[in-house]
Design a protein around this ligand. Structure first.
Ligand code: IMP
Length: 438
């Protein structure tokens, strides 16, 4: 039996949604462990396209259990909107959707604080403006409100008023904060609570019981390794533990229960928001990748910054997450390029760096050292057999795999579930994700 963590190895948006959707057929449970509605992926249900920000897309598959762990921060209004949208599409939640009572709430004042903070800051982060950072600040400062606290209305009301008064004092210039009405917040949230109350539980216990029964859990990370609050390009990061370690603290599951870690990365790199990005392309090739790869944020619609594959960052991610394998996404976006570059090291003040630096200001000064590989003219869209890929593309994959130091288990050649090359290999078989025939 294998429980695995699926984690982004770049700056998010690697295509985790497609991989989780692809793999969830072979798992019984999908558990999210961090982040909030700053994440987002588009899913297609029949004729309808919807964007899910909080609920794992596994909810769309009949019989799968979905869990929001204690490490997730929840904007209840948004969660309910997502649930309503899914219910209109006949998705059922009863008995297979669980929310940790320990997860913290993102309240309307957190969103206003995100904006107020960015307005004041000299170094902007370029947040998604969803209140995620301020909600985690409150959690760490031990003044946060957990979703389970809503069962004590009087206490909830008191904390709400106290927190709001403190935020107002902190940002006296914010008129939006001044005009928030605590009574309204209180009543709205009690109404929201009634809607979700039956889904609240001790998620750690539920997961433990399911695993003991032999059910398989896929732990779904949001954002990516380089956005992790500890291990990412701090301070240009999100405020949670996006790396594989977060799966344990964010769900209350022991590391001993986790059997493998699958990293997701694109055949190139993207980043949204501010912060260093050594392989960024500010030319027509960058524009072409953005257009072909539809690199616009699912949450904010912002155009994503684009650049070449960075093996230094991926090797770093392989180390800190303990990656067993990689899923390489959006290979087809590189079709038709004359030459493809891969970053193998950084030049920093005359020195060659082969390890990812821990300081954002050092990374900002790093110049990428590239190896050039010939591109391929043919389309790879929808190819499912590796042998059918153009020779140059196969050479590119071999080189990428060697540079990353991690085997490629899945290669994605298009947005659809079936546009995926599944590599045979002991690892996937061990995890029960591939048969001998594959
Ligand atoms: P926050 O998570 O909204 O606080 O934003 C902090 C940084 O993380 C910003 O640079 C965002 O653009 C980035 N970020 C947050 N969520 C995602 C995501 O799901 N994909 C890519 N970038 C993200």
């Amino acid at each position: 039996m294998a429980n695995i963590v699926v984690v982004g190895v770049q700056w998010g948006d690697e295509g985790k949604g497609k991989v989780v959707d692809f793999l969830s057929e072979r798992f019984d449970v999908v558990a999210r462990y961090q982040g909030g509605n700053n994440a987002g992926h588009t899913v297609v249900v029949g004729e309808d396209k919807i964007v899910l920000h909080l609920i794992p897309s596994g909810v769309l598959r009949k019989g799968k259990v979905c869990v929001l762990g204690n490490g997730v921060v929840i904007d209840l209004g948004e969660l309910i909107q997502e649930m309503d949208q899914l219910e209109r599409l006949h998705v059922k939640f009863e008995d297979h959707f669980f929310i940790s009572r320990r997860s913290h709430l993102v309240l309307p004042y957190h969103k206003l604080l995100d904006v107020a903070h960015e307005q004041r800051a000299t170094k902007k982060i370029g947040t998604t403006g969803r209140g995620i950072g301020p909600a985690y600040v409150d959690k760490m400062a031990r003044v946060g409100i957990r979703i389970g606290d809503l069962h004590q209305p009087a206490l909830f009301r008191e904390r709400l008023s106290q927190n709001l008064a403190e935020k107002r004092a902190q940002y006296p210039e914010s008129r939006a904060l001044a005009s928030l009405e605590p009574d309204r917040l209180f009543h709205d949230h009690l109404k929201h609570y009634e809607r979700v109350r039956t889904f609240l539980t001790d998620a750690s216990l539920v997961l433990d019981r399911l695993m003991t029964e032999g059910k398989r859990v896929l732990f779904e990370g949001a954002q990516g390794t380089l956005l992790d609050v500890d291990l990412g390009t701090y301070p240009y990061v999100t405020s949670s533990s996006a790396t594989a370690g977060g799966a344990c603290t964010g769900t209350g599951v022991s590391p001993k229960r986790i059997d493998g870690v699958l990293g997701i990365c694109k055949a190139y790199t993207t980043r949204v928001g501010e912060g260093p990005f050594p392989t960024e392309l500010l030319d027509q090739v960058g524009d072409r990748i953005r257009e072909r790869g539809a690199e616009f944020g699912a949450t904010t619609g912002r155009p994503r910054r684009t650049g070449w594959f960075d093996a230094v960052g991926v090797r770093y991610a392989a180390r800190v997450n303990g990656l067993d394998a990689l899923a390489l996404m959006k290979l087809d976006v590189l079709d038709g390029l004359e030459t493809i570059q891969m970053c193998t090291g950084y030049r920093y003040r005359g020195e060659l760096l082969t390890e990812f630096p821990g300081e954002a200001d050092v990374l900002a000064e790093c110049q990428p050292v590239y190896e050039s590989l010939p591109g391929w003219k043919e389309s790879t869209v929808g190819i499912v057999e590796e042998g059918r890929l153009p020779a140059n593309c196969r050479a590119y994959l071999r080189h990428l795999e060697a540079l990353a130091g991690v085997p490629l288990a899945l290669i994605s050649t298009g947005p659809r579930r079936d546009q995926t090359i599944v590599r045979s290999g002991a690892l996937l078989k061990n995890w029960g994700l591939a048969s001998d025939q594959q």
